[in-house]
Design a protein around this ligand. Structure first.
Ligand code: SAH
Ligand code: SF4
Ligand code: F3S
Length: 467
């Protein structure tokens, strides 16, 4: 059952925001939110920033000098967890010098009791610890810290909550990522997300469409729909749209030129969705479809609920419907009990599908998950050897996939100056490839530009503006 947070509750938060703003009046206060993890955390941080701006804070550029610092954590792999403890520890001396500094830790990791307890006990200078379910109550928590000078902890798993009406900042006017659902019901045995983000819950389509229409008034052209498993959107709603129908409704908005979505689970990628993708030019020609492993025994142990053959059939169907689609995926090497022979099934799947890009991970045991209790006889070094083998194969495939772009022209949306060469600009094709290109002087961020590809690298393309 989804519980929508009441308008009154959101209005109460507005009162807290007003009070904090009054308290900050006449002083210049800076805030830094450091974000780890995926796009879900990024959008939560965009909400935190929006609330902070309304409370009189400005965005600072260095967490060491800010008046308020929040670490928005991820717990999907161990290194994300370890990094946070180190980062929080470095603020101890800063807080000693400036006792008015406010330090918060929030996000997925704080939904795991072992981690929130550790922050609470070992870092007594942390003022606020809160989980993913109570982001909308941030003003109330901050108000309490500032007025009572007391630490605040709010890490309960309040399952099934959706809060509409929370302010959010959008980085760019021409493209935006919009969450359409939260949580995950799949319980892949290696994954902590269902424990940190709770059960699947979908936003009402009218709220999603309203948000997109509002952004269109500011010039929005490209929208990315977000969720841990976007194609199960709407299953928990009554009398509302399913995911393919939501996509179609968004494509009907005149001003929207490009629609993307992440992430799709293979078991929920229906023929209806494939048909909508094939029939609608505004839906971008790229699909992120994690396969995780190429061996059926391993897939079963992972609780992925499809076979290698199912996955390959899906890929053929998608390529038949959208011939020039760019496929990307996630893969895990070294799941507990995976033998070297089983790893080679993963490698052969990669060679067979030829993904445009792959996000590769070595298995990392996570507390609370089933896989963490499974026997795991292979050493890290053995897994690393396979991992490097996989990377080598994939780098070659990426390069070959990119070579098909050479000397062809593509329409991109310009995204500003190139990150690695200030003489160039960059933008993305509908297949989500980054092209660094030489532009004419009059190109502005957000413009559609036609670019000819003149050089190809493994991870990006280089080009010149055609017209
Ligand atoms: N909801 C998305 C992605 C979730 S997390 C999906 O199902 O596709 C992003 C990726 O992290 C996963 O696809 C998986 O490849 C990887 N991952 C998750 N848990 C992991 C773990 N314990 N060890 C290593 N990689 C992991
Ligand atoms: Fe994790 Fe699986 Fe859910 Fe993705 S679908 S978030 S991998 S449990
Ligand atoms: Fe990490 Fe949470 Fe995303 S665990 S990957 S930030 S949903």
């Amino acid at each position: 059952m989804i519980e929508f947070v009441s308008k009154e509750c959101i209005d109460t938060q507005k009162e807290y925001m007003k009070n904090v703003r009054l308290k900050n009046e006449g002083t210049k206060k800076t805030a830094v939110v450091v974000t780890y993890g995926c796009a879900q955390n990024e959008t939560d941080s965009d909400k935190l920033y929006a609330m902070l701006f309304q409370m009189g804070y400005e965005k600072g550029d260095d967490e060491k000098n800010a008046d308020l610092v929040i670490y928005n954590t991820c717990s999907v792999r161990e290194n994300a967890e370890v990094k946070v403890y180190g980062k929080v520890g470095t603020l101890k001396a800063k807080k000693k010098k400036n006792p008015d500094m406010v330090i918060g830790v929030c996000g997925c990791l704080m939904q795991q009791p072992h981690a929130s307890e550790r922050i609470k006990k070992t870092f007594p200078f942390v003022d606020m610890v809160f989980g993913t379910h109570v982001i909308h109550e941030f003003p109330k928590m901050l108000h309490h810290v500032l007025t009572e000078r007391e630490r605040v902890f709010s890490v309960d798993s309040v399952d099934g909550v959706i809060a509409e009406g929370v302010p959010v900042v959008y980085d760019k006017w021409y493209k935006a990522s919009i969450p359409i659902m939260y949580g995950c019901n799949n319980f892949c045995t290696y994954c902590v997300v269902p424990y940190t983000r709770g059960r699947e819950r979908s936003r009402k389509s009218e709220d999603i469409l309203k948000e997109i229409h509002t952004l269109c008034e500011k010039g929005l052209k490209e929208v990315t729909l977000l969720g841990q498993n976007v194609n199960s959107y709407g299953k928990d709603l009554q009398d509302d749209l399913d995911f393919p129908d939501l996509l179609s409704a968004i494509c009907e908005i005149d001003q929207i030129q490009r629609v993307r979505f992440v992430t799709s689970h293979p078991k929920d990628l229906t023929d209806k969705l494939i048909a909508v993708m094939g029939n609608n030019k505004k839906i971008c020609n790229s699909l992120h479809l994690p396969f995780q492993a190429g061996n059926n025994r391993v897939l079963k142990e992972m609780n992925r609920r499809y076979t290698r053959e199912d996955y390959l059939t899906l890929v053929s169907k998608i390529r038949a419907a959208v011939p020039d689609i760019a496929l990307t995926s996630d893969v895990i090497v070294g799941f507990p009990g995976e033998t070297e022979e089983e790893f080679y099934d993963t490698l052969s799947l990669i060679r067979e599908v030829r993904f445009d890009n792959l996000f590769t991970f070595i298995y990392s045991p996570r507390k609370d998950t089933k896989a963490a209790l499974m026997e795991d006889p292979r050493t890290y070094e053995e897994k690393l050897k396979n991992f490097n083998e996989l990377l080598e194969v994939q780098t070659e495939i990426c390069r070959e996939a990119n070579e098909a772009y050479l000397n062809n022209t593509y329409e991109i949306i310009d995204e500003g100056l190139s990150k690695n060469n200030s003489e160039m600009r960059q933008g993305r094709t509908t297949t989500n490839k980054v092209i660094n290109y030489k532009a004419r002087a009059d190109v502005k961020e957000g413009d559609f530009v036609t670019v000819k590809v003149t050089e190809v690298m493994s991870w990006s393309l280089v080009g010149v503006q055609e017209c």
